[in-house]
Design a protein around this ligand. Structure first.
Ligand SMILES: Nc1ncnc2c1ncn2[C@@H]1O[C@H](COP(=O)(O)OP(=O)(O)OP(=O)(O)O)[C@@H](O)[C@H]1O
Ligand SMILES: [Mg+2]
Length: 383
């Protein structure tokens, strides 16, 4: 900034507006008569009339000459003094006002500078985090591939030995091989799950999009778990209402249903109850039924989950009670995957639970109407 009171000569014309100067001269003239004039230090007439004669008084501010004054008439001396004093006051106030404004502006500029720098630092941090996140997902995906390949050989050779392809084996050897196979299978399942989460994180579009009847999947999964539940005196109640066609990935939808059912049966004591209901409902908890959605509701009369743990159960590898790992098995990835799959389908998943009384898991999926589906398929065929 140039010409301001902080770094340049004080400009009378800038501090006291011409209209103000003329008003002042007029007022003095009315009282004391004669002609008056105000000049800038270079001799340019700022206000009044040339008839006032040659300037005979300097106007100073802080020891600096900022203008000259002229007066004519019988009371010229008094008029000059009055004019000089009043102008001096006006300049002083205007200068103080301008100084305050400039100080304020300077403070704002500093704050703005700090904010801009802060923003830049944040932007850099976010970019770095995004980069790390991408690296993490890539790393997981690559690692899972690398881990699966040797494991497939372990399983293949163990199976061949178990089948006696490398010569007869004893019962004990057979038992050991069975253990190797079951643990290797468990490991393969785990690696596949990790790979799935990583793939969905890095490429959510990896999902297949077919018209899938959820009711078929639910009915067949309930049948799968029926005998296991039956052995423990648990009857699975099934209720299906209304439309249930969604656009999505059959394998992943099946895994969501299987995961919720497996948990319900696993965490319910013998002779407990498990209910599975599929029907229309809102897409999110508490939402009015504006979105057409289908809800999968899996209820159990099991051990329930305490309030402080419930927020964590969708996190990878989290299990409420680590001793339950020994009692119930599992790895703590079932719900993590279920949540990732449901959300990849545009749905939501949440739970309502009371310790000691049971849990209700609700997964929702946007419903596709038959005609909407036809439109989408027609669009796909055309493109
Ligand atoms: N229906 C339920 N009743 C009580 N607790 C549950 C229920 N479902 C899940 N949980 C709790 O949430 C934890 C995480 O569930 P999740 O399905 O992710 O893992 P898991 O069943 O332990 O292992 P996995 O599904 O990988 O075999 C469980 O270990 C259990 O503590
Ligand atoms: Mg589970």
């Amino acid at each position: 900034m140039t010409g301001g009171p902080l770094d340049g000569p004080i400009e009378l014309a800038r501090l006291v507006r011409p209209g103000e100067l003329e008003e002042l001269l007029e007022a003095v003239r009315r009282v004391l008569g004669g002609e008056l004039a105000v000049y800038d230090p270079r001799g340019k007439l700022l206000a009044g009339s040339q008839d006032a004669g040659t300037p005979s008084r300097d106007l100073d501010h802080d020891g600096e000459r900022i203008g000259t004054l002229a007066a004519s008439g019988p009371q010229a001396a008094a008029a000059l003094t009055l004019l000089a004093d009043t102008l001096g006051l006006l300049v002083h106030h205007a200068n103080a006002r301008e100084l305050a404004a400039m100080t304020h502006e300077e403070a704002m500029r500093l704050t703005f500078g700090e904010l801009t720098e802060h923003n830049l630092r944040l932007q850099r941090a976010v970019a770095r985090l995004e980069e790390l996140d991408r690296l993490k997902s890539n790393f997981l995906a690559t690692m899972s591939h690398e881990l699966r390949t040797p494991l497939t050989s372990v399983i293949g050779y163990a199976e061949m030995m178990a089948e006696g392809l490398a010569g007869a084996i004893t019962t004990e050897q057979g038992d050991y091989l069975a253990t190797i196979l079951s643990k290797a299978d468990q490991l393969l399942g785990l690696i596949t799950a990790v790979l799935d989460v990583a793939t969905l994180e890095s490429t959510p579009q990896a999902l297949e999009r077919n018209a899938i009847s959820l009711s078929e999947i639910v009915a067949s999964e309930v049948a799968q778990f029926a005998s296991q539940a039956d052995k423990r005196g648990i009857a699975i109640q099934l209720e299906i209402r209304g439309e249930s066609v969604v656009l999505g990935d059959r394998k992943k939808l099946r895994q969501v249903v299987s995961s919720l059912l497996s948990n319900a049966v696993k965490f319910t004591p013998d002779r407990g109850r498990v209910g599975v209901a599929l029907g229309p409902g809102p897409l999110s908890p508490g939402e009015a039924e504006t979105h057409r959605a289908v809800q999968l509701v899996v209820t159990d009369s099991g051990i329930g989950i305490s309030r402080d743990q419930v927020a964590k159960i969708f996190e990878p590898f989290f299990q409420v009670d680590s001793s339950s790992t020994r009692a119930f098995g599992g790895t703590g990835l079932g719900l993590t995957l279920a949540k990732a799959y449901v959300e990849a389908h545009g749905g939501r998943i949440w739970v309502d639970t009371t310790p000691g009384q049971g849990s209700t898991f609700i997964a929702t999926f946007p419903l596709r109407l038959a005609d909407q589906l036809r439109d989408e398929q027609a669009l796909e065929e055309r493109s």
